[in-house]
Ligand binder design. Structure first.
Ligand code: GDP
Ligand code: MG
Length: 444
């Protein structure tokens, strides 16, 4: 899937990439084509509108990196925005910490719910958990039979009741069975909808109330496109989902459902399925998927590298920026680099007003080696926007940066606090009494 979209985007950007500069006119024309490509891929029109808006804003606001062409830079921005539209960070499936993990699978008829239930049970079993599959769909005898066969195939017990009963009662008995047998990963398959009516909404809400699920996964069939996305939103409004699973991503779809569903529902895509085989269940990675859509992984990594090395503003610029209150993380990093070149710094830091505090805060860290390497790795893992404006770093962005730099969120927080202290210090130095002398001393 996605081949058409991907080809069209590549054509558009290739044209841009061959010119040395992009004018606003060139950019608008390229974005017009991106818009058409997305609409033809069946992406929700509001999502497309916002997407184009944001790319345009960023492209115009961003300084051009030295080592790449503006066209490549636009590809980088489009990629970043695709990642955002797809949810930013990966959101893994949640597990309950105490009670058994309970997953409810809901969605349209034929979207792949029952198959997904089997896939999840297989995954849980592989993780060393004890799964129990639960059938609550009495509409078709075949539905519970299908689940029973699946369970047999993967060696997982299935709770099926012969006589028709309200789904909530079946779920209650299944939970009792789980408690009795020690099952700790319960997957509840549910009746599907063509359109979500009140009866089904009530039925599902009652089950959710009864079992207090860790996850309510709303299944979206990629083949049905926007219709599936709209239905997913209705499900979410009725019973508050926790995540989306997009199925049949292997099929010949245009990709619109995957690219719209996060923005339309606000729910993270947690998993995708890519084939009929039970093993064809994948964690969803927004960045990998964005690269697949764009089909330009080489350009994207080139841009990322360029962003990392843009850091060569010299210290004089830094001083100027400090005075005008624009000191940002990129300057902080450049400045550390300078200090590093000046040799052992612990002593130097202590000479600065307030510097002793920073040294103390670092708690005897190896200031001259590993500390800098870690700080640099953290800053390199941020986007240019984040380096300019660290205030936008919320918890999930900080976690992503920690992962990207091989550090912990606590390390990231510490660095950000140090940056804040440094910024305050800089401001005091550049505006306060006696600052002039110190600045001269440092050759600024
Ligand atoms: P339910 O009605 O929502 O329970 O849907 P089912 O689980 O019964 O699946 C409906 C059909 O979709 C079955 O034929 C599945 O094999 C098929 N299916 C489910 N997931 C995928 C997928 O990721 N790729 C493909 N190609 N087929 C799938
Ligand atoms: Mg089913």
């Amino acid at each position: 899937m996605l081949d058409t979209l991907s080809e069209r985007l590549q054509q558009t950007f290739r044209r841009l990439g061959s010119t040395g500069r992009i004018s606003e006119g060139d950019l608008d024309e390229a974005l017009r084509e991106v818009r058409i490509a997305l609409l033809e891929a069946d992406v929700n029109f509001k999502v497309v509108r916002d997407f184009i808006e944001r790319v345009r804003e960023r492209a115009l606001g961003q300084e051009v990196l030295r080592s790449i062409t503006p066209g490549q830079q636009v590809v980088g921005i489009v990629h970043q925005q695709l990642v955002e539209v797809l949810g930013g960070d990966r959101e893994p499936l949640m597990h309950a910490s105490e009670a058994p993990t309970t997953v409810m699978v809901v969605g349209a008829k034929g979207s792949g719910k029952t198959t997904l239930a089997g896939r999840l049970a297989l995954r849980f079993k592989g993780e060393g958990r004890a799964p129990l599959l639960v059938a609550t769909d009495f509409e078709r005898v075949a539905a519970s039979e299908q689940l029973r066969v699946l369970g047999e195939q993967i060696g997982v017990p299935v709770w099926v009741e012969e006589r028709e009963a309200p789904a909530v009662e079946v779920a209650r008995r299944a939970m009792q069975e789980a408690a009795r047998t020690g099952a700790n990963a319960i997957v509840i398959d549910t009746r599907g909808a063509v359109a979500l009516d009140d009866e089904l909404a009530d039925e599902l809400a009652a089950v959710a109330d009864e079992v207090d699920p860790t996850e309510i996964l709303i299944v979206v069939d990629a083949m049905t496109g926007q219709e599936a996305v709209t239905l997913a939103r209705e499900f979410d409004e009725a019973i508050e989902g926790t995540g989306i699973v997009v199925t049949k991503v292997d099929s010949d779809t245009r990709g619109g459902a995957v690219l719209s569903v996060r923005e339309v529902t606000g729910l993270p895509i947690k998993l995708i399925t890519t084939g009929e085989r039970l093993e064809a269940l994948e964690d969803f990675h927004p960045d990998r998927f964005a690269s697949r859509v764009l089909g330009m992984g080489d350009v994207v990594s080139l841009v990322e590298k360029a962003q990392q090395t843009m850091a060569d503003r010299d210290i004089k610029d830094v001083a100027k920026r400090m005075r005008s209150g624009q000191f940002d993380l990129e300057d902080f990093r450049a400045q550390m680099q300078q200090v590093k070149q000046m040799g052992p710094v612990s002593g130097l830091l202590e000479m600065l007003p307030g510097g002793g505090n920073i040294a103390k805060q670092l708690g005897g860290a190896d200031l001259d080696g590993s500390y800098f390497r870690q700080a640099e790795a953290i800053i390199y893992s941020m986007t240019p926007e984040e380096r300019r404006n660290p205030d936008i770093l919320n918890g999930s962005r900080r976690r992503r940066i920690a992962r990207g730099s091989g550090t912990t969120p606590a390390d990231v927080n510490r660095l950000l606090n140090q940056f804040k202290d440094a910024k305050k210090l800089m401001q005091a130095m550049t505006t306060g009494k006696g600052a002039g002398g110190l600045m001269r001393m440092l050759g600024l």
